[in-house]
Structures are given as C-alpha cells and as structure tokens.
Design a protein around this ligand. Structure first.
Ligand SMILES: *[C@@H]1O[C@H](CO)[C@@H](O)[C@H](O)[C@H]1NC(C)=O
Ligand SMILES: *[C@@H]1O[C@H](CO)[C@@H](O)[C@H](O)[C@H]1NC(C)=O
Ligand SMILES: *[C@@H]1O[C@H](CO)[C@@H](O)[C@H](O)[C@H]1NC(C)=O
Ligand SMILES: *[C@@H]1O[C@H](CO)[C@@H](O)[C@H](O)[C@H]1NC(C)=O
Ligand SMILES: *[C@@H]1O[C@H](CO)[C@@H](O)[C@H](O)[C@H]1NC(C)=O
Length: 376
C-alpha cells in the first residue's frame, strides 16, 4: 500500500505548478450503513469522528438527525462502517442562552481525548443568529456520562455586527490538543473558531480546557473580504488545527456550504484549504499557504492552498467541514461531508440524495503539504 502512495505522490507532484484538475481528488473510501447519508437534507453537517481508546469503537458526532436540538451520535466498528445512529446527547443544556430549548440548535461538535477525558466542543445557535462556544466532558462517551459545562466565556464580539466591520461569530470551535507554546510552556492549548463571515479567530484555552484562559485575547487568524450577499463570496468556517512535521496546519472550509442544489455558485462552492506555520511561531501565525501568501490576507490575496474540492463528475460536490484522526489500520485520515450530485441522484431526489460522510487517507508531499490519496 505504501508503494502506491509514493506513486500517487509522484504523479501529483508532476501536476504541481500546473493546474491540478478537480478530477484528481480521490473518491471517498467506501462507507456502509444507514448513517452514511443524511436522507433528510442538511441536518447531519459538521461530522466529528473519534475512536474510543478502550474498545476501538468509532463515534461520529453531528447535528441532530431529527430535532436539531441535540447532537446525533452514530457508531461503527470501523471507519468504513457499518455506521448506525446510536443515540442523541446534549438534549438539555446548561448555557443560559439556551433557555428556549425549542429555539436552540446544537452545532459543530468536535471531540478530543486529552489526559483520559473526552472533550466535546460544540456551538449553540439561538435564533436569529446568536452563537456561543461551549464544552462538555465525559470519561467514556456513553450517552449518560456527559457533563455539560456550558459557555467557554469567549466575549461577544464588540467591534461590529455588520459585514463592513471586522467581527466574529462564536461558532465552530476546534482545539489544538497537542500544541506547543512557542515559549516552550507545556500544556498550551489553542482554539480556533468562526464565523462564516468576517474571518476565523483563535484564543488560548484555560488549563482545565473549559473556558478561554484568563486575560487571553481573541485574535484574527484568517480575514475574508468577499462576502457580499447571502450566497455571494467565499465565506470561511470550520477551522481545524493539526501539528505535524514541525508545523501547525490550519485547515478550514471556504465557499458556500449549503448551496448544493444550486450549482450556479460553482466559482465559490464549498472546498477545503490549508495554510501552515512553524510550531515555533506564535499560534496566531502568520499561517502561510504553499505560495507564501498569508492567510490573514485570505480574502484579498485569495490565500490558502486548496486540498479538497468538487469533482467534475459530481460524485463529490461541495466537500467541507473536515476532521483528522489516526486510524490504527489506515493511518492518518481526513473526514468530511459532501454532496453527490450525479444526474442519477438529481433525477431521483430533489434533495440530491442527502449529505454524505466521506473520508480519505491523508498523506504529505515532499514539501510537507497535506494531500488526500486513494487507498487503491
Ligand atoms: C436519528 O437517530 C436516532 C438515534 O439517535 C434513530 O433512532 C433514528 O432512526 C434516526 N432518524 C433518522 C431519520 O435517521
Ligand atoms: C457511565 O454510565 C453508565 C450508565 O450509563 C455507568 O454504569 C458507568 O459507571 C458510567 N461510567 C463512568 C466512568 O462514569
Ligand atoms: C471565490 O474564490 C474563487 C477562487 O479563488 C474565485 O474564482 C471566485 O471569484 C470567488 N468568489 C467571490 C464571489 O469572490
Ligand atoms: C457546477 O458543477 C457541477 C458539478 O461539477 C456541474 O454539474 C454543474 O453543471 C456546474 N454548474 C455550472 C453553472 O457550471
Ligand atoms: C454517487 O451516486 C451515484 C449514483 O447513486 C453512485 O453510483 C456513486 O457511487 C456515488 N458516489 C459517491 C462518491 O458517493
């Protein structure tokens, strides 16, 4: 298998610098079981997958498959399935913002295992557009064993509430669990989040990983500028940090996440990009793309190296909302959501047959940039 990876690297390396066709993105690895596809529409966005240390069972968190009020948990014996819905969690919340439970959605779960505890970071959204970053913990991820700690106390953005002003929305939190403080301090944890307008931000997390650290500032990591109307522009969200090769990689989704039934938005449709910095640089960056452009000028310079986007054949359309895990059999893997808009699916169902769970092997080229590769 390793030999095939090398061949794939070489063939992609030949294209590097030329134009890599979208067709070169590999098809997702096979997924079996009823929880591979959300037949009801948009409700399973924001997959987060983690393998339980004690027994190797895979847990996949996503928005509720029915009510929108909790998080759905699907489980599987292997990454490829069979995936089945198991239970819902966080159907009750301690955050005071969520007092009207019927009007509160839980979004964007992200689970990390740190020092024997599972940390589930999530966002709540109270209509019309009022988000907060929250956290719950569990020793074993069993349905009754979650303790909700509520808000991480990230201050509400005070610099503005319209698109003319730099500002942030408190959603899509993701913590770098094994980060290195440039000054050499152990146990330094940094969370990125945001925003689907205005940009992506980050802050240092407290030692107990439950709140923003006392006195920490909220700093911009990615600035976007092309955000005209509801579906115009290249909005960014779902940041994800990973340390590898002496770098911190800053992944995010960019473009229209949810316009799967309107392919006229193809020039700004959802896709995944990455920038990186040396682990020894400040957590705020600068994060640079493959061409050296700073993500802080994202919207202006179109910074960001695209590593996953729609395939020409429509089998993968608008992929995004990534997570990364290391599978004992497969190695490093990237998970994501995508639509499948082949003509057969469009003829069969106006909802394009639902949002799907995808994953591919994550590999690294000789310059240390990530790339998805097919396993066969
Ligand atoms: C949603 O998930 C629950 C388990 O949490 C399952 O019983 C139910 O069948 C699922 N509904 C759909 C529409 O998939
Ligand atoms: C998890 O919850 C189950 C009941 O659902 C209980 O039997 C078990 O002791 C709990 N485990 C821990 C570590 O709290
Ligand atoms: C979004 O980004 C793509 C790729 O850089 C570009 O072609 C497109 O014009 C952008 N869309 C908007 C509305 O800025
Ligand atoms: C957008 O892309 C999809 C899939 O690649 C394709 O089927 C569709 O025709 C494209 N739409 C436009 C307006 O180019
Ligand atoms: C997309 O849908 C078509 C038609 O149902 C199916 O043959 C194909 O395997 C699907 N591909 C992916 C990657 O989901």
């Amino acid at each position: 298998m390793a030999g095939r990876f090398v061949l794939k690297w070489l063939s992609l390396a030949l294209f590097h610098g030329l134009c890599v066709s979208a067709q070169d993105y590999p098809l997702p690895e096979p997924c079996t079981g009823p929880a591979c596809i959300d037949i009801n529409g948009l409700t399973y966005q924001d997959f987060s997958v983690i393998r339980r240390e004690s027994d190797g069972i895979y847990f996949r968190y996503s928005k509720s498959n029915e009510t929108g009020q909790g998080l759905s948990v699907a489980t599987a014996p292997a990454l490829g399935g069979p995936w089945n819905y198991a239970f819902e969690i966080l159907t009750e919340l301690v955050n005071p913002m969520a007092s009207d439970r019927a009007a509160t959605n839980v979004w964007a779960p992200e689970v990390h295992f740190v020092d024997g505890t599972y940390y589930l970071f999530y966002s709540i959204n109270t209509a019309p557009f009022n988000f907060d970053l929250c956290v719950a913990t569990s020793p074993d991820m069993e349905p009754d064993n979650w303790t909700d700690h509520g808000s991480m106390n990230v201050p509400v953005s005070t610099t503005g509430v319209d698109q003319a002003t730099e500002s942030y929305v408190r959603l899509d939190g993701n913590m770098l669990a094994d980060s290195t403080d440039p000054s050499g301090v152990d146990g330094f944890h940094y969370m990125t989040f945001g925003s689907y307008q205005w940009g992506l931000y980050g802050f240092q997390v407290s030692d107990d990983l439950l709140t923003i650290k006392d006195g920490a500032t909220v700093d911009m990591v990615y600035l976007e500028q092309y955000n005209g109307g509801e579906y115009a522009g290249n909005k960014t969200e779902g940041p994800y940090l990973l340390t590898n090769n002496g770098y911190v990689y800053f992944f995010y989704s960019i473009g229209n996440c949810c316009a799967a039934d309107d392919t006229s938005y193809n020039d700004s449709v959802y896709r995944v990009q990455v920038c990186r910095k040396l682990v020894t640089d400040l957590p705020t960056g600068p994060y640079l793309d493959r061409d050296g452009a700073d993500c802080l000028n994202g919207g202006v310079d179109r910074a960001g190296t695209t590593i996953l986007a729609s395939r020409d054949d429509g089998q993968v359309f608008a992929p995004g909302s990534i997570g990364i895990l290391t599978d004992p059999d497969l190695g490093m893997v990237m998970t994501y959501q995508y639509w499948n808009i082949t003509q057969a699916n469009q003829d069969a169902d106006p909802k394009l047959d639902g949002l799907r769970f995808g994953y591919n092997l994550l590999s690294w080229d000789s310059d240390g940039w990530p790339m998805l590769v097919a396993s066969s």
